[in-house]
Design a protein. Structure first.
Length: 659
């Protein structure tokens, strides 16, 4: 019947319709065959993938979105019953070891899919933390985190948030995956981990901590109230005014000045030390009217001070004083430089350690007056020697403490090339564990250092660091750039600049950095960690501006260049200050994550305190030791050793505690 209708000339419309059906059926069969072949190819490809023959450098994750480069809307989507049948591969950055990682398919199978909504911050450096916002994550869940499909540890877990520490083995733009008991999270837009590059630290514009009319020009950063943070003690050499400011929260927010003594007399010098061995910081001073030594007792340990206490035995008109444990008996003695036409160096023993002092012990007499005096172990025998200067002779010399019995040698001249020498300090400038000497002289605006060549006090020629610190009268040593060697900080009295000179290693100073060059800004500067963020800030006082200033050291990202670096090798650095009282900072470098143990031992090798015992990431590290044992008991003066074990690395160094 059908054939008849088609063959009849009068039924062309029906013939055309029938031919259309026939062509459609043929096309349908051809498409079905293509689908079958395509399915076979997909099945073959999936079989290969299931056999772990994935191309190197491709990572596989589960997707329910055919275009993973566009981040899905934040919503809850039920994953297919067999999510392995929906996969997508994309290039994956290699780890530092040159290998690739693929997240286990079993961790993804059957889990609900969610999108990571936020990562704060979106960029960071190894060792810093980021917080990842994940809907419905609970604190008691088992959570696994993967960066570029490589597992990383979870630092903290809160409702809806996971915190991780960025590892030191992955850099660049990485994708993030988080797996819980029943949810698989991903964020393909990723996280930017910056490769650390070392650069010089930089400081913020000054914050005005306090204003006064007392013409301040001296300050100390020290814990005055025993609450564990850095307070500020200030003084005016013009009128002898003393006051201290409490660091209210340990973040560099300070209270109003607490006056120790009102301004009544000009000041020659002053300092902060525990004179009566009660564990808190007292103040000593030399006032100009009678050139006598007085001290103020920290009565309660909370920063309330007594009236000035005189020491009858000290009668000479003094030019300078320093407190140190010269006889090694565990308490702080007094070291003085005195004289007008002629000079004398003397020391006074602290009898019983309670602030009662002996009669004068003369170290040496000189036909010239001494300008200043200080103490340091210059021959590595564990005893404090004496360092002094005669201004008229432009000379710095030291006196050997023979056998630690306070019998001193004749002067050993270090240099006579300093005009108007203002001060000197001791520090290991070249990393050879010998105590070198650094001087500052206002007459020639010179900052210089002298290498202790043999560790026995034989000093090399003068090495000039700078002659641009106009009228400089104070210098301090601190590791401002956290690279393990001491840098030099000073303020220019004449033009008010604050400068620091970068130690490139082994005492090579090639770079001068200006913290501030505002005219007449700063008269005295000191480096300390005011805000407890792990780097050194700078405190300063302004003589003409009558202000206390804080320059915070900043750690911020500038493109891919950041201040903090990963060390190239394990290293245990010399503690600073050394000798010290009441506390010292010990720095060490970890080029890779390690189990770290840092202990303090006494002179006979007995462990007295464990400062660090934990797993730490690669970085420059530091810890502060306050001279106490593991039970919190104050230890006596003497030589101590500190030893580090990190992985297969071990090293020990010596330090000296003075009371």
């Amino acid at each position: 019947m059908v054939f008849k209708l088609i063959s009849q000339p009068g039924n062309n419309r029906f013939r055309n319709l029938t031919e259309g059906w026939f062509v459609g059926i043929v096309k349908l069969l051809k498409n079905s065959l293509a689908i079958v072949i395509g399915s076979l190819l997909v099945y073959s490809a999936m079989s290969v993938w299931s056999g772990e023959t994935q191309a190197p450098g491709d990572a596989t994750i589960v997707l329910d979105n055919p275009t993973p480069q566009s981040e899905p809307q934040l919503s809850s989507l039920k994953a297919p019953s067999d999510p392995i049948n929906q996969v997508k591969t994309f290039p994956l950055a290699p780890t530092t070891a040159g290998t690739y990682h693929v997240i286990s398919r079993e961790l993804v199978r059957g889990r609900e899919f969610k999108v990571i909504s936020r990562i704060v911050p979106e960029s960071g450096i190894p060792g810093t933390n980021v917080t990842i916002t994940c809907p419905e994550v609970l604190p008691d869940q088992d959570v696994q985190v993967f960066l570029n499909s490589e597992p990383v540890g979870v630092e903290a877990l809160e409702a809806g948030q996971v915190s991780i520490q960025l590892p030191d083995r992955i850099y660049g733009h990485v994708h993030v995956e988080i797996v819980t008991d029943n949810v698989y999270y991903q964020r393909l837009s990723g996280l930017n981990i910056l490769r650390p590059k070392q650069s010089s630290p930089y400081f913020a514009h000054p914050e005005i901590i306090s204003r006064t009319t007392e013409r301040l020009d001296i300050l100390w950063s020290i814990d005055m109230d025993l609450d564990g943070d850095v307070d500020i003690l200030t003084a005016s050499s013009e009128n002898g005014y003393f006051a201290w400011l409490e660091n209210l929260n340990g973040q560099g927010n300070f209270g109003l000045p607490n006056v120790v003594t009102p301004g009544t007399d000009s000041l020659i010098t002053a300092g902060v030390v525990d004179l009566d061995a009660d564990g808190d910081m007292d103040i000593y001073a030399i006032f100009a009217s009678n050139s006598r030594f007085v001290w103020f007792e920290n009565v309660t340990g909370m920063g309330r001070f007594s009236a000035p206490i005189t020491i009858p035995a000290i009668r000479e008109p003094l030019r300078w004083a320093e407190c140190a444990d010269l006889d090694g008996d565990g308490d702080v003695d007094i070291l003085t430089a005195a004289g007008t036409q002629t000079g004398v160096l003397s020391w006074y023993e602290n009898i019983g350690g309670r602030g009662k002092f002996s009669s004068e012990h003369i170290i040496t007499r000189s036909p010239r007056p001494f300008q200043w005096v200080s103490a340091g172990d210059l021959n590595r025998n564990g005893y404090l020697d004496v360092l002094a200067a005669c201004v008229d002779q432009h000379e710095i010399a030291w006196y050997v403490n023979v056998n630690g019995k306070c019998s001193f040698s004749s002067p050993q001249v270090i240099t006579n090339l300093v005009e108007g020498v203002a001060a000197a300090v001791t520090a290991d400038m070249d990393g050879d564990q010998n105590m070198d000497v650094i001087s500052v002289s206002s007459g020639d605006s010179k900052i210089a250092w002298y290498r202790n060549r043999d560790g026995r006090g034989v000093f090399g020629n003068q090495v000039t660091i700078s002659t641009t610190a106009t009228g400089a009268r104070a210098v301090s040593v601190a590791d401002l750039d956290a690279d393990g060697d001491p840098d030099v900080l000073t303020s220019s009295y004449s033009d008010g600049r604050i400068l620091w000179f970068e130690n490139a290693g082994e005492g090579e100073f090639n770079t001068e950095h200006t913290v501030t060059d505002v005219d007449a800004t700063a008269r005295f500067a000191q480096a300390t960690d005011v805000d407890s963020d792990g780097d050194l800030d700078i405190l300063a006082v302004s003589f003409t501006g009558d202000e206390i200033l804080l320059f915070r050291q900043l750690s911020a990202f500038v493109g891919n260049n950041v201040r903090t670096a990963i060390p190239r090798a394990f290293r245990l650095h010399q503690n600073y200050p050394n000798p010290f009282n009441p506390q010292t900072t010990i720095r060490y470098s970890l080029p890779e994550a390690s189990n770290v143990e840092l202990v303090v031992m006494n002179a006979v090798g007995q462990e007295v305190n464990t400062l660090v015992q934990r797993y730490e990431q690669a970085s420059f590290k530091s810890v502060v030791w306050d001279g106490r044992d593991g039970n919190g008991k104050s230890l006596g003066s003497g030589v101590y050793f500190y030893r580090i074990k990190a992985g297969h690395y071990q090293e020990s160094k010596k330090m000296i505690l003075i009371r």
